[in-house]
Each structure stands twice: as C-alpha cells, then as structure tokens.
Design a protein around this ligand. Structure first.
Ligand SMILES: *Cc1c(COP(=O)(O)O)cnc(C)c1O
Length: 367
C-alpha cells in the first residue's frame, strides 16, 4: 500500500492538463484587448445557462456578489428577513446582511446536513422575503419540499449552488428551479476559474437584465451614458470566462471522477467513520467528501501524521460565528454535527490508491 501523502485538493494537477488550451485563450484575449466583458464572457454565459437548464446567466465577480446581486435584483433589503441554513459558508449570510436584510438561521436535516424544509416553514413570518437553499457539499437540497414551502407562503426561493455545478435533484439541474441561483467559480469549486468569478443563473430574463445592469454601475439599457439604478461593479473578466468555457467541457467527467472516489469511500471507510447521506432523488457532485467521526481531534492528528489533507465544513455554524453573535438561535442538529464533521481529500482526479490510503489511515486510528 502506498504511503504517499494525499493532498486535500491539488489545483495545479487539476488544471495542468489544460495548460495549452488556457495559453491559447489568453493569447486571444491579449490580441483583442477587451479584458472585461469581452466576447468570451457572453459565450461562457450562454454555455453555462444551457448547462444549468436555464434561460440566462450573468457573469460577475464572485459567488458572494452573485447572491447579493440576486437579493438586490429582487428588491430585498431593510425590513426583510431571508431564511438561511446555519450550515453554510459564511458568504451566504454576508450577502443577506450587505443588502440590509436580516438572516434568519434554521437547522439542517441530520442525515444530509442540508436545510430542513419543516424548520424553514416554521421560521416564516410576515417579514420573510426569501429562502436561500444552499446545495452544500455538492448535493442539492430537497427542492420539492423547499419549493412547497416557498410557494405556500408566496416568497422567493433562491439557490446557492456555489458547491453544486452539475448537481441534480429528480433529474433537474442546480440553477433551474430557483427564482435565481448564485454560482461561485472560486478555483477550488467543481467548476473553478483561474481566479475569483461567479454567475447568476435564472429563467427570468428580465431579472437577468436588471442584475446585469446593477453589476455594471446601474447603467441604463437606453444609453451607456445614463445610470438609472444605483449599481456597483461586479463584472466577469474575459480571460476567466475563456478558462471557464474550457473547464465546462470537462465538468461532467470531473464530477464523475468525484462520484467514483465518493463511492469508494462509502465502500471502504471503517464503520466508525460515517459518510453523510445522499437523498435517493439527488445526483450529487461531491464538492467535498464529508464524514462524521466521534473523536475528531485524534483522527485529524493521525491524518496530519500520515500527510493526508483534511478540512472542516464548517467548524462553526454561522449563527455562532464571532461576527454574528446577535443571532441567538439554538439549532441543535447543526451544533452537534459541527463537532463531528470532517472533510476528506476529494478531487476529480483522485486515484483508487489515494482513497484506499485515506481509508487505511482512518482504519488505523478508529480501530
Ligand atoms: C464559495 C461559496 C460562496 C461564495 O463564493 P465566492 O466566489 O468565494 O465569493 C457562497 N456560498 C457557498 C456555499 C460557497 O461554498
């Protein structure tokens, strides 16, 4: 058995095969000089919208901006509440606070660690404007049940699909069912750019147009010399869009590589290391490989000693994080899970030997 170190994620190796294609694309962009919003951006937007089974995509600066632009575009702001799961990357919460709305944290389901639709339903009040369903770890939320809640109350359903490019629930893609969906192309995401980038995806082309204008300083559709909305600057760079088009062609294959590694983990992990569940209707894209263990500190030490990378998604539930202490909810499922969760190495090109090595180290420490 190989005792080679296993990195958590090796981005140089994930992107290395594409070097020649990237270099050709850079050269094209250098040649035309339209560095922001050039033809590569429109091309990628069209390809990505189609990939997501949606009508429109708007490229922007990053995934956090994508969520903020959606909330702005929907007119959500001061006085409004937005329901968010407490188990998410902090960016989901930042977007809500940056538009002046109030996040309302709800608990997650114990098996998938994704938003609990009943908890979301119970949290709705007269100020609730939207629910953000976060497709965490590469698995979509139970979208049928969440949509039932948002339809019953007449509020918006927004998807945070930063970790779920290509994921499906009941055959429908992430990005196809929310009022709008925020995607991140942070380099480590399943569809990762060569820098910071993001996109808003939606079936609503009017909303897409409005968001595009907000992200471009509120520029008027009639004249580029007029600004009829108070906007901001969050646009996509042409080189990054060109790289994303290249990467998108290989996304299904990359996600299949992640699924293969995940299935091997599920088979080979010792019984004291429990993988999070996948809903029977979900086709997950395994952005991170999350398991639960009881003696996590000891396990992490053993992984460190063996040179196996690991992560925590997330060590502190958002409502308990130090900038957010005004939110005093008690959310027992996420709080208990935060003590046990552990993310194992995961990447599109993980080898069978690497997964076996990680499982062997875990077997050694959990007995
Ligand atoms: C990465 C991420 C974001 C933010 O994306 P950035 O591009 O880093 O701004 C938002 N939500 C979730 C769940 C994420 O994982």
């Amino acid at each position: 058995m190989s005792e080679q170190p296993v990195p958590f994620l090796d981005l140089a190796s994930v992107n290395g095969d594409l070097r020649a294609e990237y270099e050709a694309a850079f050269s094209t962009v250098l040649g035309h000089g339209k560095f922001i919003g050039g033809p590569e951006v429109g091309k990628f937007e069209a390809e990505f919208a189609e990939y997501c089974q949606a009508r429109a995509a708007v490229g922007c600066g990053n995934g956090t901006d994508a969520l903020e632009l959606i909330l702005k575009g929907l007119g959500i702001g001061p006085g409004d509440e937005v329901i968010v799961p407490a188990n998410t990357f902090i960016a989901t919460v930042e977007a809500v606070l940056y538009v002046g709305a109030r996040p309302r944290f709800v608990d997650v389901l114990p098996d998938t660690l994704l938003i609990d639709p009943d908890a979301a339903n119970a949290a709705v009040n007269k100020n609730t404007a939207a629910v953000i369903g976060v497709h965490l770890f590469g698995q979509m939320v139970d979208i049928d049940r969440v949509l039932e809640v948002t339809r019953r109350h007449g509020i918006a359903f927004i998807e945070d699909a930063a970790q779920a490019q290509g994921a499906e629930f009941d055959g429908k893609r992430a990005g196809s069912q929310g009022v709008a969906t925020g995607f991140s192309f942070y380099p480590g995401k399943n569809l990762g750019a060569l820098g910071d980038a993001g996109a808003v995806v939606t079936q609503d082309t009017e909303l897409a147009d409005k968001i595009r204008r907000i992200a471009d300083h509120g520029r008027s559709a009639e004249s580029r010399f007029l600004h009829d909305l108070v906007g901001r600057n969050s646009r996509m760079d042409s080189v990054l869009a060109a790289g994303l088009s290249i990467k998108l062609r290989g996304l299904d294959k990359a996600n299949a590589g992640r699924l293969r590694a995940w299935k091997q983990y599920v088979e080979e992990l010792p019984s004291a290391v429990r993988p999070v569940s996948t809903h029977p209707k979900a086709a997950a894209v395994h952005h991170v490989a999350v398991v639960e263990v009881e003696n996590r500190d000891k396990v992490c030490t053993a992984l460190d000693e063996a040179g196996v990378g690991w992560g925590l998604h997330y060590k502190t539930p958002c409502h308990l994080d130090s900038a957010y202490t005004q939110f005093t909810e008690s959310l027992p499922v996420v709080e208990a899970a935060a003590e046990r969760i552990l993310s194992l190495p995961m990447s599109p090109n993980m080898t069978e030997q690497q997964v076996s090595r990680v499982c062997e180290v875990l077997r050694g420490v959990t007995g």
